[in-house]
Every structure is written in structure tokens, then in C-alpha cells.
Design a protein around this ligand. Structure first.
Ligand code: FCB
Length: 448
């Protein structure tokens, strides 16, 4: 039997928004429309970085199929769409003159959202750094603050009149740590000094853009951070879990909320931070209008004795897992939302990503994904619990609208509410899409 969610729209506050999320590189097709190369294009073309050497050159061909995709978003009853602009598409050299085809594409796309009653939630940076800027040191160079601010202003001046909200960065931990220390994402560095600099310059870039956008009159400005629920693998691993908590969950949040970095993380990073970093913290802690929370899973961490800071090891846990190997732990979401509401008193929060990958197949024209429906149902319950505890939670965006390019893991991690056949590019809504439809439609006040 095809399951439904156990929640109704009316179980959430009147102004609560439901949406779906994507990012530019993961769906558009970077080969189209005169886009410049981003470091993800070049990273993927370098053997060994992405499984099967898959690239984002065509992806879901959203660049040409955007109308069908927007119809599908509206058809599910969503209120809002979280999307991003590919910096390298808009500014092929990273700075300077915009690409006219990109200006026209994003105009069409944003107008298309407005025409369908979808609120455009823009993310400025979802990881597509122009290669031209990577050559100049990318996120390890302090100049990224100015490059990013200029890009943000170009976007605001062209599209700002139609945006419901703007997030500066998506997941600075991934931009900095995953990409410069662990080396799993572009630019694939494994270097603690580059990582430390990126941990700081993501925040100076955020702060520079936020101030400039605000001076330009932009409203509803925020940033999207990722969080995981961390537990020690054993009582002896408390220290490892605390290090992970400091680097992953607290570094960005505490800098933004309190203007400081956690002492536990500074232990190993302070000597690699760029000169004068302390002087940037006041600007970094400028008030936000909202905070985006991406949450997927629990991580169990163990110590790795005899290795340099901050080596920790991830241990396989006992909970049910997605095809990413991620443990499903919905209570971690309500806990985190409550903690964040304390850290940022009064600040509106929004779940900007939550979702699961599964081994989805089309059978008789349908994609049965009851596990995804159960996953979302449990996380929506966590949202309701947080709201009941007084958290000013304003929305929930499912990741992702459709199956797409899952970065270094290529095309077989399917997170979508809509199945994409990567040969024919045919879109097939899954049961989970229909579960959203059932909960959200009709999108009228009488439904409440
Ligand atoms: C998040 C990213 C998003 C997607 C999901 C699965 O870390 O923001 O692009 O890859 O994970």
C-alpha cells in the first residue's frame, strides 16, 4: 500500500513554508549556456576524484528542462524552491562581466517560480567556484571576500527584486574542511593550513557579502550550515566526539552567534589561521535574518591514538542506514534545533536540507519509496517537536527535488522526490512526491 505522511499542513504554524531544494551544478548541466569552468568541473575531469569519472556536464539537463521541473515543484504543492546560481555560469572568469546567457537563464527561472507562486530561496554559493579564482588560491586566499561580495552584488542588482530570501553559503564546513583537509570535494586538497584559512575565509566572505547586500537593501539574508548528531563510539571516545562536535557543529555557528571559535577546535587550528583573524570576528558575528539548518544523520566517532590532531575515525553504528551509509536519527534534528534556538535567541530557523538516498527503481511506471516517506515523516515529527519546544522554525525543504549529481559519488545516490533516468532524462515522481502532494494540496487557506 502507498503510505502517506502522518502530518497535515494544519499541524504546522500558519506561515510555515514547505519546499524542495537543489543546487545549480547538481542539476543544470554545466556544459550548456556558456558557463565558465568551476573547480567541480575540473575536479571531476581528474581521474580518481569522482566515481566512474562522472561529471556534471549534462546532469539533469535542467538548463533546458526547467519549465517541466518548476511545474513539478508547484504540482507537489510546495510554497518555495531553494535553488542556487552557478557562480562560474554567471561570471565565467569569476569576476568582471556577466555571461548574458546566464543572466537570461536565471531571469527565466526566477520569473518562472514567481509565475507559479513559488517563493525563490536563493543560495549564492553551492560549491561552484570559478576555476579562474581557484587558480588564484580560491578559498585559501583572503581576496575571496571581495570576489564573493562583488558576485553577490551582481546577483542582487539583477535578480534581487524577485528573491524571497538569500543565503550566502551552503555548508561552509564542506567548502572548507571536506574540500581542503579531507580532500573529498573540489579542490581536493589535504592541507591543514589551506583548510584553516578556508575555515576562516568562508566566514569573511559571508560577512562581506551580507554587509554589502544589506547596504543595497536586500532582505531576508542568511547562511546555511550543516549539522550532524555526534556520539562517541565508546566511553573512551568522548574526546574524539568533542573534537568533531567543535569542528563540524560549533565552528561556524559559534563564530556567527558569538564572534568566537571553539577552544577545542583552535587547539589544532589556531597556528594555521591567517594573520589578523581575530579582527574579523565582529563582522562575522553581524546579525543574520535567518539560519538554514541542513541535517541528515548521526555519526559515531572514535579516537585514533598516535596520529596528529584532529584524526578521528568513523565507526559503523547500529541504526538503520540510507544508501549513503548514513545512520537515520531524527531526534538529532529536534535536539539540534533546540540548541540552535538557544545559541541564536529569537532568530528564525529553517530546515534547508533533509532527505535520504535510496535504491529507487521504476516498476510498472511507479517508484515505490516507502522508506523515504518514513524518513521524512520522522523528521517532520522532529520539526513539530522543536516548534512545540518554542523553536522559531519557519520552514522545511526536502533534499532533493530530483535525483541528481551527488558530487564525488556521481549519479547513483538517489535523493530525489522525482526519479531521473540519466539516459533518457525522463522525470518520474516517486511515491514520496505524491505523499507531499497529499499533505500540501490544495495550496489554499481552506486546506488548513
Ligand atoms: C549536502 C549538500 C547537497 C547534497 C546533500 C546530499 O551536504 O548540500 O548538495 O549533496 O548533502
Amino acid at each position: 500500500m502507498q503510505p502517506a505522511f502522518s502530518h497535515r499542513r494544519a499541524d504546522f504554524p500558519e506561515d510555515f513554508l514547505f519546499g524542495a531544494a537543489t543546487s545549480a551544478t547538481q542539476i543544470e548541466g554545466t556544459a550548456f549556456g556558456g558557463a565558465g569552468a568551476s573547480h567541480w568541473d575540473t575536479f571531476a575531469l581528474t581521474p580518481g576524484n569522482v566515481v566512474r569519472g562522472e561529471t556534471a556536464a549534462r546532469a539533469c539537463d535542467h538548463y533546458h528542462r526547467w519549465e517541466e521541473d518548476l511545474d513539478l515543484i508547484a504540482g507537489a504543492g510546495f510554497d518555495a524552491y531553494r535553488f542556487s546560481i552557478n557562480w562560474a555560469r554567471l561570471l565565467p572568469e569569476g569576476t568582471g562581466k556577466p555571461n548574458p546567457a546566464a543572466l537570461a537563464f536565471y531571469d527565466r527561472l526566477i520569473d518562472g517560480m514567481c509565475a507559479r507562486g513559488l517563493q525563490p530561496f536563493l543560495t549564492l554559493y553551492h560549491w561552484d567556484l570559478p576555476t579562474a579564482l581557484a587558480h588564484r588560491g580560491g578559498w585559501a586566499n583572503r581576496d575571496i571576500t571581495g570576489w564573493f561580495t562583488d558576485y553577490a552584488l551582481t546577483v542582487q542588482r539583477r535578480f534581487g527584486d524577485r528573491l524571497a530570501s538569500t543565503a550566502t553559503l551552503n555548508e561552509p564546513w564542506c567548502v572548507a574542511w571536506l574540500s581542503h583537509f579531507i580532500g573529498a570535494h573540489a579542490p581536493g586538497l589535504r592541507d591543514i593550513s589551506a583548510a584553516a584559512r578556508a575555515m576562516h575565509f568562508t566566514l569573511t566572505a559571508h560577512a562581506g557579502a551580507l554587509a554589502a547586500l544589506r547596504a543595497e537593501g536586500a532582505k531576508n539574508l542568511g547562511i546555511v550550515l550543516n549539522f550532524e548528531h555526534v556520539d562517541p563510539a565508546s566511553p573512551a571516545d568522548e574526546g574524539a566526539a568533542a573534537t568533531e562536535e567543535a569542528l563540524f557543529n560549533r565552528w561556524f555557528a559559534e563564530a556567527l552567534a558569538l564572534g568566537r571559535y571553539p577552544a577545542k577546535a583552535l587547539q589544532g587550528l589556531e597556528c594555521w589561521l591567517p594573520k589578523g583573524w581575530q579582527a574579523d570576528l565582529d563582522a562575522i558575528a553581524a546579525p543574520l535574518d535567518w539560519l538554514g539548518v541542513n541535517y541528515y544523520r548521526r555519526a559515531l566517532k572514535a579516537a585514533v591514538p598516535g596520529t596528529p590532531w584532529p584524526a578521528t575515525r568513523e565507526v559503523e553504528g547500529p541504526l538503520p542506514k540510507t544508501t549513503m551509509g548514513w545512520e537515520i536519527h531524527p531526534d538529532g534534528l529536534s535536539d539540534r534545533l533546540v540548541k540552535l534556538a538557544r545559541l541564536f535567541p529569537g532568530l528564525p530557523l529553517c530546515v534547508t536540507e533533509n532527505g535520504m538516498s535510496a535504491d529507487d527503481h521504476i516498476t510498472d511506471g511507479a517508484v515505490a519509496d516507502p522508506d523515504r516517506i518514513a524518513y521524512v515523516d520522522a523528521h517532520l515529527a522532529a520539526c513539530r517537536a522543536a516548534i512545540a519546544a518554542g523553536v522559531p522554525l519557519k520552514g522545511y525543504f526536502y533534499w532533493s527535488l530530483m535525483d541528481n549529481y551527488e558530487w564525488a559519488l556521481g549519479y547513483d545516490k538517489r535523493f530525489g522526490l522525482i526519479h531521473v533516468d540519466f539516459e533518457s532524462l525522463k522525470r518520474t515522481p516517486k511515491w514520496s512526491y505524491q505523499a507531499f502532494q497529499h499533505m500540501l494540496l490544495p495550496r489554499t487557506l481552506s486546506a488548513r
